[in-house]
Ligand binder design. Structure first.
Ligand SMILES: Nc1nc(=O)c2c([nH]1)NC[C@@H]1CN(c3ccc(C(=O)N[C@@H](CCC(=O)O)C(=O)O)cc3)C=[N+]21
Length: 306
C-alpha cells in the first residue's frame, strides 16, 4: 500500500485546507467591515527551518486573504532595537498579529521579546499572559505547533477523556503547551524529557504518543503500543541514501507504521496545520481587538469613526 492511500497516515493537508477556508471567509467579512487582518513575521538572522515556515506563511496568508509582511533583521541587532521595533508594531493599528520566528541569536533573550508583543497581538500564544490562559482552560489562542498537533490527534476520533497520552519533549513552545491543552480535554498526560529514566517504558503505555525533540528515528517500533496514535512533530534535515538533503521527523516511520494505528507523516503532517492555526489565531486576535475597539468607541465601524 502506498503512503498516500494508507488510512493509518494522519495527513495534515485536508485539515489545514478546512481551517484556511474558514479563515478566508472570516477575513473577507472583517475586511469588508473595515478591519483587514495583517500579520507581521519577525526573523532575526538566517535559519533554514524558519525559511520553510515563513515561505508557507506567506503563501497561505495570501490564500486566506490576510496581509503578510516579513521584517528581517540582521543577527547583529541588539535586543533593545528589536524591542523598539516590536513596540512600534504594537502601536500600529493596522497590524493585527506579530510572530517572532525562533530561534533568535543567542545574545537576544527570546522571553523578553515574546513578552514585548502586546497580548492582543500575540498570535503565537507565547506571551506569559497567553500561555497562562491555557492553564485556565482558555484554549482559543494556543501556540500554533501545539494546537496543530492536538488538532491531528482529534482527527483519529479517539475520545480524549481519560486517554493515556505521553509527550516526549518538554519545550515551552511544543511539549509543555500540548500537555496543558490535553489536560484541558481530559487526557491523562505524562511528559518525558532528557532526564526521564526510561522514555521507552513510558512511551509503550501511550494510547497517543507525541514526539518533539529533534532526533531522527528516536522512536522505534518497540517503543510504541500496538494500536496507538503517533504524532511526529520533529523536523530534521539529513542527507538521504541518494545523497540529497531530506526532512525527517523524530519517529522511525518505516517500522512504527506497522505497530501504530495512526501515524503522522513528515513532511505533510503537523507542519501544514501549524501554518493554518497561525492564520486562525490572527483572526482570533482581530476579533479580540475589535471587541475592545467597539467597547471603547461604541461602534463596529472603524471607517465611520475615523
Ligand atoms: N516562533 C516560532 N514558531 C514556530 O512554530 C516555528 C518557529 N518559530 N521556527 C521554526 C519552526 C519550524 N516550523 C515549521 C512549521 C511548518 C512547516 C511546514 O509547513 N512544513 C511542511 C513542509 C512544506 C515544505 O517543505 O515546503 C510540511 O511539514 O509538510 C515547517 C516548519 C515552525 N516553527
Amino acid at each position: 500500500m502506498s503512503l498516500s492511500d494508507d488510512s493509518r497516515y494522519l495527513k495534515g493537508g485536508p485539515v489545514a485546507q478546512r481551517i484556511i477556508a474558514a479563515v478566508r471567509e472570516d477575513a473577507a467579512i472583517a475586511k469588508a467591515e473595515g478591519f483587514p487582518p495583517k500579520l507581521i513575521s519577525i526573523t532575526v538572522g538566517d535559519t533554514d527551518a524558519v525559511d520553510v515556515y515563513v515561505r508557507n506563511q506567506r503563501a497561505k496568508a495570501e490564500l486566506a486573504g490576510i496581509d503578510f509582511e516579513e521584517r528581517r533583521f540582521p543577527a547583529t541587532i541588539t535586543a533593545g532595537e528589536l524591542e523598539a521595533a516590536i513596540h512600534g508594531l504594537n502601536a500600529d493599528p493596522r497590524v493585527t498579529g506579530i510572530i517572532i520566528q525562533r530561534p533568535v541569536p543567542a545574545h537576544i533573550p527570546i522571553k523578553t521579546l515574546q513578552a514585548a508583543v502586546h497580548p492582543l497581538k500575540d498570535v503565537e500564544g507565547m506571551h506569559p499572559a497567553s500561555i497562562g490562559n491555557i492553564v485556565y482552560n482558555q484554549l482559543d489562542l494556543a501556540p500554533c505547533t501545539a494546537a496543530a498537533s492536538v488538532e491531528l490527534l482529534k482527527e483519529t476520533g479517539l475520545d480524549l477523556r481519560g486517554l493515556e497520552v505521553v509527550i516526549v519533549g518538554h519545550s515551552e513552545i511544543v511539549g509543555k503547551p500540548i500537555a496543558f491543552l490535553l489536560m484541558s480535554e481530559g487526557a491523562t498526560v505524562t511528559v518525558c524529557h532528557h532526564m526521564t529514566r526510561s522514555v521507552a517504558a513510558h512511551a509503550r503505555r501511550a494510547d497517543a504518543l507525541f514526539v518533539a525533540v529533534g532526533k531522527p528515528r528516536l522512536i522505534k517500533a518497540d517503543m510504541v503500543k500496538p494500536g496507538a496514535a503517533v504524532i511526529d512533530i520533529g523536523i530534521n534535515s539529513e542527507i538521504g541514501p541518494d545523497g540529497q538533503s531530506r526532512v525527517v521527523g523524530d519517529v522511525d516511520t518505516d517500522s512504527v507504521r506497522h505497530v501504530a494505528s495512526w501515524i503522522t507523516p513528515v513532511p505533510g503532517g503537523v507542519g501544514p496545520i501549524t501554518v493554518a492555526i497561525l492564520l486562525r489565531n490572527t483572526m482570533v486576535a482581530l476579533s479580540r481587538q475589535r471587541a475592545l475597539y467597539e467597547a471603547t468607541y461604541g461602534t463596529a465601524d472603524r471607517l465611520a469613526a475615523e
